[in-house]
Design a protein around this ligand. Structure first.
Ligand code: F6R
Length: 608
């Protein structure tokens, strides 16, 4: 996880850049660096480790520029060393970056062949040389960045400085947040990963939207959308200084957290994947993974559904039997547990009483305890033998969104690691699955661009009394998660069912008033789900299909079709989580409920 800042001012900016970085240090502290333009030349200072090391360096080697960018790093590509610290630069361009450039290997090969010399192991340096290359063709900075952005694949936030340009900084956002701060007197402009970083300087900020890029000068900024059209993004008053966590330009924390997913999934991936080698690395569980007889999974609510997806992944890819149960049941079942088994607990808060009690039961029964948790200081994290963290950041909305997709991300990595240890996944297969995971943030960014389409569907759903969600295989837990999300924030009754179970009872509920939301990626079970959709259609049910399939693939009339990007089937549970979140969110907004704090619920359930 990285933090980026930029400042244009009428006085030296180094001190303020470091001050802003201090407020971003929670995002990463493997190394830090700043770059400025002095007498037309790019100058930089970087230091491995905490920000204070950079401060010490600046005391002996100060920078005087009135324009600068800064970065605090959480290592993804390349170890935490000074040579991998940002800013990265050529003689003409300096860049700080947060996120992942998916196609950096391809770009690096192309640019190296064109004579560019890379000095670091980072993906970011490809951006530096790409822009430098475009400048070399005679383009100006704005055109060079515009051309370069078109070549980048992935999720990123960038701030860019140019030699010879004392009054221009370019920013770009796709999947990672970025906010422009408006300084006083039209002589100062700011840029940051979040409004908190800019709080000491300004409370007037403009949030860049997905695909936006902006040219900042001291007197103001011009923002362009992904198609290059100049667009107006209204400045807003930030609450950041007072609250320390703010909603950005979103109406609810839940919406903000849905939008954070490309970024926080990138961070979680970066934790488990060695990007340059395309390999998964999980902490040592202190047990021989190759001979584990069984994995036992337990959790509550949304976290349980993440665990259920993991059961499908682990059994399919690692060929290890998985037992899973909700924690409030498992804790009293006195379940026999195998010698040498792993027990895996999934929890955002790490404090859920039932999950904790089950963990203690499994520990007392000789299981090796691994915990997928978001709050690393929590009791579950402390009592586990090994922690598999999710890097979702604080989740404020009571309905879990980004924590769920980060849990899936960590669990996907766990399944791959287990498969590798057992020899059911070879190196090529690991690479294929890792590549699929790396593409997830970009696909989610694309999914989020379709958000306006959910409003009409939400109006229809808000008039129903009951909603049925169907899914098969790995999409079955998604159907249950969709129903849970809708219930908890819109207060509409909803059920999630295995599509194949429909004919064993719930089909009696189907009539022309019943919306049936079908989660059905084009995988090897799609045709089976098509049959179930036809059973629903024959009884007048209103089908909402969430799928990457073409419109006519269902072979029956659809009330609504939410198109999901086509991706590797392995990652479909992560991608299909987003539409079900957006359906619930928009329905709740239409119903006028308290989205972030729905009635009767609490974020952390520390009682039985
Ligand atoms: C639903 C939701 C809950 C939690 C459950 C477990 O949106 O958030 O179902 O998933 O209470 O909480 P944690 O993950 O903190 O153990």
């Amino acid at each position: 996880m990285c933090g980026i800042v930029g400042i244009l001012s009428s006085r030296p900016v180094a001190h303020d850049l470091v001050d802003a970085l201090r407020r971003l240090e929670y995002r990463g502290y493997d190394s830090a660096g700043i770059a400025t333009v002095e007498d037309g030349r790019l100058q930089r200072r970087r230091a491995e480790g905490k920000l204070r090391n950079l401060e010490t360096r600046l005391l002996s080697e100060p920078l005087q520029g009135h324009i600068g960018i800064g970065h605090t790093r959480w290592a993804t590509h390349g170890g935490p060393s000074e040579r991998n610290a940002h800013p990265h630069m050529s003689a003409r361009v300096s860049v700080v970056h947060n996120g992942i450039i998916e196609n950096f290997r391809e770009l690096k090969a192309e640019l190296t062949a064109a004579g560019h010399v890379f000095e670091s192991d980072t993906d970011t340096e490809a951006v530096v040389h790409l822009i430098t290359h475009e400048l070399g063709k005679g383009l100006g900075p704005v055109e060079a960045v515009k051309a370069s952005l078109k070549r980048l694949r992935g999720a990123f936030a960038l701030a860019i400085l140019f030699a010879g340009e004392n009054d221009m900084m370019i920013a770009a956002r796709l999947g990672s947040p970025l906010v422009i701060g408006h300084g006083n007197g039209n002589s100062e402009m700011y840029l940051g990963s979040d409004a908190i970083a800019l709080a000491p300087f300004t409370d007037t900020v403009t949030y860049l939207e997905e695909g936006d890029w902006a040219v900042l000068q001291r007197t103001g900024s011009v923002i362009y959308d992904r198609d290059g059209n100049a667009v107006e993004r209204p400045p807003v008053k930030s609450q950041a200084s007072a609250l320390l966590v703010d909603k950005g330009n979103h109406r609810h924390f839940m919406a903000k957290e849905i939008y954070e997913q490309p970024e926080v999934i990138s961070h979680t991936l970066a934790h488990y994947i060695d990007m340059s080698e395309g390999r998964v690395r999980i902490p040592d569980l202190g047990i021989d993974l190759a001979s584990v007889p069984r994995v036992t999974i337990s959790a509550c609510g949304t976290a349980y559904y993440a665990g259920l997806v993991a059961k499908y992944w682990i059994e399919r890819f690692a060929r290890v039997p998985v037992e899973i149960d909700i924690a409030s049941e498992m804790r009293y079942r006195e379940a026999p547990l195998p010698e040498g088994g792993i027990a895996l607990f999934v929890s955002q808060s790490g404090e859920t009483a039932d999950t904790l009690a089950t963990l203690r039961y499994c520990k007392a029964n000789g299981q090796r305890i691994a915990a997928v948790v978001n709050v690393r200081t929590s009791t579950i994290a402390r009592e586990a033998d090994v922690v598999l963290p999710t890097l979702a950041g604080p989740e404020i909305g009571v309905a879990s969104t980004k924590a769920f997709t980060c849990q899936l991300t960590a669990l996907a990595c766990f399944a791959i690691a287990l498969g590798r240890a057992r020899g059911t996944i070879d190196e090529a297969r690991e690479r294929e699955l890792v590549d699929a995971l790396i593409e997830v943030p970009r696909h989610i960014t694309d999914e989020l661009t379709t958000e306006p389409r959910y409003e009409a569907l939400a109006h229809t759903l808000s008039k129903s009394h009951d909603v049925l969600y169907l899914g098969r295989g790995v999409s079955f837990p998604l159907a249950m998660e969709g129903a849970l999300k809708l219930k908890e924030i819109s207060y509409l009754h909803a059920e999630g069912y295995a599509a194949g179970e429909l004919k064993h009872g719930p089909i009696a509920l189907i009539d022309e008033n019943m919306p049936v939301i079908v989660v059905a990626p084009m995988d090897d079970l799609f045709e089976k789900t098509v049959s179930n959709m036809q059973e629903v259609a024959a009884r007048g049910g209103k089908i909402v299909l969430i799928s990457n399939a073409p419109d006519d693939a269902a072979g029956c009339a659809l009330a609504n079709h939410i198109q999901v990007p086509t991706a590797h089937v392995f990652t479909s549970p992560i991608l299909y989580a987003v539409p079900i979140q957006l359906i619930a969110y928009h329905t709740a907004v239409v119903m006028g409920t308290d989205v972030d704090q729905p009635r009767n619920l609490a974020k952390s359930v520390t009682v039985e």
